[in-house]
Design a binder for this molecule. Structure first.
Ligand code: BES
Ligand code: MN
Ligand code: MN
Length: 454
């Protein structure tokens, strides 16, 4: 493998330039105004896959943003790995909190700053370059490879799910490799063996049929902002537990063994709190911070709007208030079932004085994988060699809903070999990606392809 790894190392600066080019494309999937940019990012990925040496590369139109598919199946008898990633990114607001413009990548302190740097352009780029390095140095790959890179991960992967359902033969593989998660800490190779699911709801509360003078009418009608805030406040009890009846019914509780394993991870609550700028941590009683974020279900209001929030004071009793509320789920909670329980509970909490409209925006299943598959060993060994440390196995609190679809429809195990860091501001201003992780990611990818082929 030495020649291929040497090749990677000597071309690192070129890869960085190419990654910068990729990061300059504002492929924000959520915003209709960025549709052309999203298409440009798909085209960029397709060109790079083709240049890397894949034999068949296609941009596949969907009802939404395109998918990019690429394959090289020149190693009969060897396993086939499907590499999944996403070229779409999150919106950038609040823009004023960025130290440099989100789509003008800059390198500072050995980190590259731009929207999408860690989530997921930087992480997925690694695999394109490792495949290319194989072709350049050996003229071949040690196994069969399929790439499936989507442009709607950040908005729920709905069209990818349809595509997978209709193309199980095309996508047939022995395992799925995903680099869209985090290392436990800088320099620590980590395989993520579980992710939380998601149930994302919108609640709109309507009171009077128009905004009213809060002096003339205040006291006579229910204020939808007050009502909504009150309802949200009732969604947790004093112990930090979610109050929706039945919410915990299907939760698989942590085993003693897993809790003991979590306790072995180095973790300083003090440092964690300091870093986030909070005086103390808070969450469900009876669980550690790692357990709370990785293995317990939670409910968060993601945003709330209504009435007057401009400069100065305008006295008004607003007609409407609305909020987006997400629930992170753990095995065996079912997002559809949770959406129903949530809806029922919110309706019960709402007073007659307002109308409520509740919508289920999107969801995904949680998962925990069995660690026995050869693909997990291959990834673990590859990371171990690349990082020069023992690989940790950890669950994470984020969600990649499409992974359970791969498991179910392709009957293939997935391995999450991520290179990001929780501290890299994914979805937030000043997103960045550590260049050491990027470099080790490149090497891990080469070693993985080699390990998994044998
Ligand atoms: N890469 C993240 C998920 C992630 C983050 C996995 C950290 C492991 C560690 C992904 O791009 C993402 O942001 N997913 C969304 C879900 C989606 C349905 C919008 C999330 O977790 O909020
Ligand atoms: Mn991601
Ligand atoms: Mn994301």
């Amino acid at each position: 493998m030495k020649e291929t790894i040497d090749y990677l190392n000597s071309n690192f600066d070129n890869y960085l330039e190419e990654l910068k080019e990729f990061l300059r494309i504002p492929s924000i999937s959520a915003l209709p105004a960025n549709k052309d940019d999203v298409n440009r990012a798909a085209a960029f990925v397709a060109v790079k896959l083709k240049d890397a040496g894949l034999s068949r590369v296609e941009i596949i139109k969907t009802e939404g943003h395109p998918l990019v598919y690429g394959e090289w199946l020149g190693a009969p008898g060897k396993p086939t790995v499907l590499i999944y990633g996403h070229y779409d990114v999150q919106p950038v607001d609040p823009l004023e909190l960025w130290d440099s413009p989100p789509f003008e990548p800059v390198i500072k302190n050995n980190k590259i700053f731009a929207r999408g740097a860690t989530d997921d352009k930087g992480q997925m780029h690694v695999h394109i370059k490792s495949v290319e390095a194989f072709f350049k140095t050996r003229g071949t790959l040690p196994l069969n490879v399929k790439f499936l890179i989507e442009g709607e991960e950040e908005i729920g992967s709905e069209n990818l799910e349809v595509f997978i359902n209709n193309n199980t033969e095309l996508l047939k593989c022995d395992a799925v490799l995903v680099s869209d998660s985090s290392l436990y800490a800088p320099g620590i190779p980590t395989i993520t063996y579980g992710l939380r699911g998601l149930c994302y709801m919108e609640v709109e509360v309507t009171g009077p049929n128009r905004d009213l003078h809060s002096g003339t009418f205040g006291g006579a009608v229910a204020n939808p902002v007050n009502v909504l805030a009150g309802m949200i406040a009732k969604l947790h009890d004093k112990k930090g537990r979610v109050t929706i009846p039945g919410f915990y019914k299907d939760v698989v509780n942590l085993t003693k063994k897993e809790r003991a394993n979590f306790r072995r991870f180095k973790f300083s609550a003090k440092k964690y709190a300091e870093d986030l700028g909070v005086a103390e941590l808070s969450g469900e009683k009876g669980y550690t911070t790692i357990e709370r974020t990785c293995a317990r279900p939670t409910l968060d209001c993601n945003g709330i709007v209504g009435g007057f929030t401009g400069k100065g004071a305008k006295t008004v009793l607003p007609s409407k208030a609305s909020s987006k509320i997400s629930m992170r789920l753990v095995p065996n909670q079912d997002p559809e079932k949770i959406a129903k329980l949530f809806t029922k509970h919110i309706k019960k909490l709402a007073p007659k004085s307002v109308k409520v409209k509740i919508q289920n925006l999107h969801g995904g299943y949680p998962f925990v994988t069995q660690l026995g598959d050869p693909v997990t060993y291959a990834a673990s060994r590859a990371m171990e060699k690349a990082f020069g440390k023992k690989t940790l196995f950890m669950r994470d609190g984020g969600s990649i809903p499409i992974i359970t679809v791969f498991n179910k429809k392709l009957k293939a195990p997935a391995v999450l070999m991520g290179f990001g860091l929780d501290s890299e501001n994914a979805h937030s201003p000043n997103e960045h990606f550590d260049l050491d992780s990027y470099k080790k990611g490149l090497i891990s990818s080469v070693l993985f392809l080699s390990e998994y082929s044998g």
